[in-house]
Ligand binder design. Structure first.
Ligand SMILES: Cc1cc2nc3c(=O)[nH]c(=O)nc-3n(C[C@H](O)[C@H](O)[C@H](O)COP(=O)(O)OP(=O)(O)OC[C@H]3O[C@@H](n4cnc5c(N)ncnc54)[C@H](O)[C@@H]3O)c2cc1C
Length: 388
């Protein structure tokens, strides 16, 4: 791996500035896509604006390795999650926290499923479910919770994941430029794509045959700056509170289904739990159109980050009285980006879209981390050609 932020060790620029493929964005998706591309292509480069890999959504998320339970309203997403779960757990064994028990509780009112529907749904897709022992279900308020189930769901450690992926990139000799921001892209007469890069005090460019825009909340911004058709996405400015839980909750994770409720999940890199709440985690949201592109990163840095923890914990305590003993530490903030359709049917498909004006430019958005296993099929369909 050649890491460009380590300026003392690397050549100033690639010999020709030409690549087979450039991946914009060094999150989990960008890094994995670079690794898949390297199976077909020689010169692959990752360009990341932050000082390290996996700093944005790939770190500031709830760390849930989905196994399907979350999606009783989207059978296909649930099924795919349950298929990907053992794969992800096996591939990233060293990055997985499976030392806690995971419980799904079903709310009596405002839930889109009842306990028996949830149980039947889990049995249909073949994921483990059993009634929780009394010592666990007695933690909940029986007036608001119909049933509590023990399930099988784990958390990933994003810091360990970064370390593992770094090693893979190094092994495959994939070039990485950190602290490097792509401004815009242009078609060239040779059919290659010119990538314009902004550095602290200068601008440079390079050329590539294939370009992958894996910038999550920034996908449209690069398209817009390049005068290319954008993709209408929905954005949520999201907060997850990091809390120190009382001893009774240390080795468990909880999700209340299925509506305006909460999740309390271990967050391995900090040894704390994240508290997310359907009502209070999103502070603002906006939807993009051809005429409206809000610069998500800029909005993120300008918005006042005032925690909603007092609201989310107050509601959580109604369902789980012992949560009153949670101590707020700080919060993770990020811009969650989803396809508008996902809001309607709760699905989490990947977006893998060829740009209509620049056919060798592909935009990729993963709804959740295990969607990564949908990528090789898309890449294989491209019949990539080497030769810069
Ligand atoms: C609040 C929240 C909770 C979530 N919870 C879960 C969960 O529990 N389980 C789950 O599986 N998924 C969850 N997700 C979804 C998951 O986090 C994402 O699907 C995944 O991390 C996306 O990875 P990525 O690589 O596409 O994005 P990112 O990790 O955001 O990577 C994009 C990268 O592009 C870089 N970039 C942007 N613009 C430029 C530019 N112009 N030039 C160079 N680099 C640029 C950014 O700095 C960033 O590093 C959650 C997401 C959020 C936001």
């Amino acid at each position: 791996m050649v890491c460009r932020s380590d300026r003392a060790k690397i050549p100033a620029f690639s010999a020709s500035g030409d690549y087979d493929a450039v991946v914009i964005g060094g999150g989990f998706f960008g890094c994995k896509i670079a690794l898949y591309l390297k199976e077909h292509l020689d010169r692959v480069l990752i360009v990341e604006r932050e000082a390290d890999l996996l700093q944005r959504a790939s770190y500031t998320n709830q760390a849930r390795v989905h196994n399907g339970y979350h999606y009783p309203r989207s059978l296909l997403t649930a099924l795919r999650s349950s298929v990907n779960f053992p794969r992800f757990v096996e591939e990233y064994r060293d990055c997985i926290d499976n030392t806690f028990d995971k419980y799904y509780a079903i709310a009596r009112v405002f839930s889109k499923v009842n306990a028996s529907q949830f149980q039947i749904f889990c049995q249909r897709i073949g994921i483990p479910i059993e009634p929780a022992k009394n010592e666990i279900s007695s933690l909940f308020n029986p007036a608001l919770i119909e049933a509590v189930f023990k399930t099988q769901e784990y958390a990933f450690d994003a810091v360990k994941l970064k370390q593992k992926i770094r090693e893979e990139l190094e092994r495959e000799k994939i070039e990485i430029w950190l602290n490097t921001c792509v401004d815009k892209v242009q078609e060239t007469t040779s059919g290659k794509i010119k990538v314009l890069i902004r550095e602290t005090e200068s601008e440079r460019c390079l050329r590539t045959r294939y370009l992958f825009n894996c910038t999550y909340s920034q996908i449209s911004q690069i398209l817009k700056a390049s005068d290319l058709p954008t993709i209408p996405l929905k954005y949520e400015f999201a907060e997850m509170a990091l809390v120190d839980v009382p001893p009774e909750l240390k080795s468990i994770g909880i999700t209340v289904m299925c509506g305006p409720f909460f999740s309390l999940m271990p967050f391995p890199p900090r040894g704390l739990h994240t508290l997310s709440h359907v009502r209070y985690t999103p502070h603002y949201y906006w939807q993009e159109s051809e005429n409206l592109t809000i610069k998500a990163h800029e909005a993120y840095s300008q918005i006042r980050k005032q925690t909603n923890f007092p609201f989310s914990i107050r509601d959580t305590i109604r369902y789980l009285p012992i949560a009153a003993e949670c101590e707020y530490i700080d919060s993770l903030w990020g811009v969650k980006t989803v396809l508008p359709q996902s809001e309607v049917d709760d699905s989490r498909p990947i977006l893998f879209k060829q740009n209509p004006k620049l056919p060798n430019l592909y935009c990729v958005l993963g709804g959740k981390i295990d969607n990564i296993y949908d990528i090789p099929r898309e890449l294989n369909g491209l019949h990539l050609i080497e030769g810069v």
